[in-house]
Design a protein around this ligand. Structure first.
Ligand SMILES: Cc1cc2nc3c(=O)[nH]c(=O)nc-3n(C[C@H](O)[C@H](O)[C@H](O)COP(=O)(O)OP(=O)(O)OC[C@H]3O[C@@H](n4cnc5c(N)ncnc54)[C@H](O)[C@@H]3O)c2cc1C
Length: 430
């Protein structure tokens, strides 16, 4: 079996562990024909499945996932659903483009919210807004750039100094920051489980069914899985960085593993020191910085560090994450995590996605980098409209196209060199 065609984690998904057990979805064991096969039941794949069944209600839509819904990658993120472009996308010189992106992302967030409400999906979805905070000079520059973007775009925000951040979040770690209301927080494993449950009956999902190869024969596509073959007229690759294991995007995407951990529920006297909001989220000003959350059920989450194309030893990572959290919240005394896990992000050199028709009948959307819950939903939906020949926005102008990366071993060497440089620049934010 080609392991690089799908992810396999050593650690269980922490968010999923907090949820009740669910009824398992079957493994594909019989050879099958379908109109469209979608590889990956993440935000992109489920949005594509939903849109396909809307456009062609009588078509047979198959979604194949290597993992379990909730346990796999879509359940492993930090649960920030941004309604506007990420800070590292922000450019005050490109306001018109960014405003068009923001409008599409905002509409998609609205659709997610409607689906959550309609389906009664219990995923703690709340419009809390988000903080972006800087601990050092490099972070402050990024904050200034983001503020210039928000200003030029006429988007609301609040500036906070160290004292104000301490009052909101209970930490004196950051020099200054921005608060933007355009963000929701959610329990991601509960969200993806709910989204899967809301799919129409014409969509069949199979779990523990990794696609290990993809071939074109007589104008149709054959997908090989461990126990069966699927023959499809059309294929959508929505499996993020692992699309390259199926022959698409090899020179444009890598799997970057990152790590998250949750404390147990903290005692009330400690919670009373963690700011005025019952639930908040902080995104780092620098891309190598740490993400933080105070969850609705009284835990702290920290996400940080990256591993190139492989999951590092999580015991070693646990020590570093605990140290990061303690530096921010010395009032914790010591940090012991209840849950710690990793997840793979699809990383491209310029932050733009691989999106569009790769070959006749083969479509791909991959590489949302660190922010694909809302963007993935948008991209999956629009990919289907592209497949149906319907009018779509100019995706290349709005979101760009993933740039070329040199082959291995140059790619790995280059990544480690850039990461070392960036780490030095953004050391204060880690
Ligand atoms: C720790 C962490 C924190 C993050 N925090 C955030 C955040 O707060 N907000 C945000 O927007 N984004 C965040 N991200 C990124 C976000 O998770 C991704 O951008 C998003 O999940 C992408 O959605 P997707 O559907 O395109 O791909 P994925 O969520 O990666 O889903 C791809 C699916 O394809 C399946 N798959 C892969 N290969 C195969 C195969 N060969 N056959 C069958 N199935 C296959 C996988 O099992 C997976 O279920 C974070 C990521 C990590 C790892």
């Amino acid at each position: 079996m080609h392991r690089s065609a799908f992810p396999a984690y050593h650690s269980s998904c922490g968010w999923n562990a907090l949820l009740p057990k669910r009824r398992e979805i079957p493994v594909l064991i019989n050879d099958t024909l379908c109109d469209v096969a979608i590889v990956g039941a993440g935000y992109t794949g489920l949005a594509a499945a939903r849109q396909w069944s809307l456009r062609a209600p009588d078509d047979r839509v198959l979604v194949l996932d290597a993992s379990e819904i909730g346990e796999g990658n879509p359940g492993r993120n930090s649960g920030f659903l941004l309604e506007i472009a990420l800070a590292n996308d922000a450019d005050a010189l490109q306001i018109e483009r960014m405003q068009d992106c923001n409008r599409l992302i905002g509409e998609t967030m609205q659709e997610i919210r409607d689906t959550v409400q309609r389906g009664g999906i219990d995923c703690d979805l709340q419009r809390t807004g988000t903080y972006r905070a800087a601990a050092g000079a490099t972070g402050e520059l990024a904050i200034d750039q983001y503020r210039a973007f928000l200003d030029a775009a006429g988007l609301p925000f609040e500036e906070l100094d160290r004292e104000q951040l301490e009052q909101k979040l209970g930490t004196r770690f950051y020099r200054r920051g921005l608060y933007s209301p355009h963000c929701y927080l959610a329990q991601p494993a509960a969200l993806i489980r709910g989204l899967a449950r809301m799919l129409p009956a014409s969509v069949s999902i199979f779990e523990h069914t990794p696609v290990t190869s993809l071939n074109q024969r007589n104008g149709r596509w054959t997908l090989t899985t461990p126990e069966a073959e699927v023959v499809a007229d059309k294929v959508i690759l929505a499996n993020n960085a692992f699309c390259k294991g199926l022959g698409t995007g090899r020179s444009r995407i890598v799997a970057m593993y990152t790590y998250a951990a949750l404390t147990p529920r903290l005692p009330d006297p400690v919670l009373a020191t963690l700011g005025s909001d019952a639930s908040w989220g902080v995104l780092p000003a620098h891309r190598l910085g740490s993400t933080l959350r105070r969850t609705a059920d009284g835990r702290l989450l920290i996400r940080s560090f990256y591993g190139y194309e492989r999951e590092d030893d999580t015991k070693r990572v646990a020590v570093k994450l605990a140290d990061n959290l303690l530096r921010r919240f010395p009032q914790l005394g010591k940090v012991e995590f209840e849950l710690l896990w990793s997840g793979a992000t699809g990383f491209t050199l310029n932050g733009a996605p691989i999106w569009g028709a790769a070959k006749p009948g083969l479509f791909v959307s991959a590489g949302c980098n660190g922010g694909g819950v809302v963007k993935g939903t948008l991209f999956g939906k629009l990919l289907v409209d592209l497949a149906f020949g319907l009018p779509i926005p100019d995706m290349q102008r709005l979101f760009g196209q993933a740039s070329w990366m040199p082959p291995e071993p140059l790619r790995r060497i280059g990544f480690h060199a850039v990461a070392a440089l960036e780490r030095r620049r953004g050391l204060a934010e880690v």
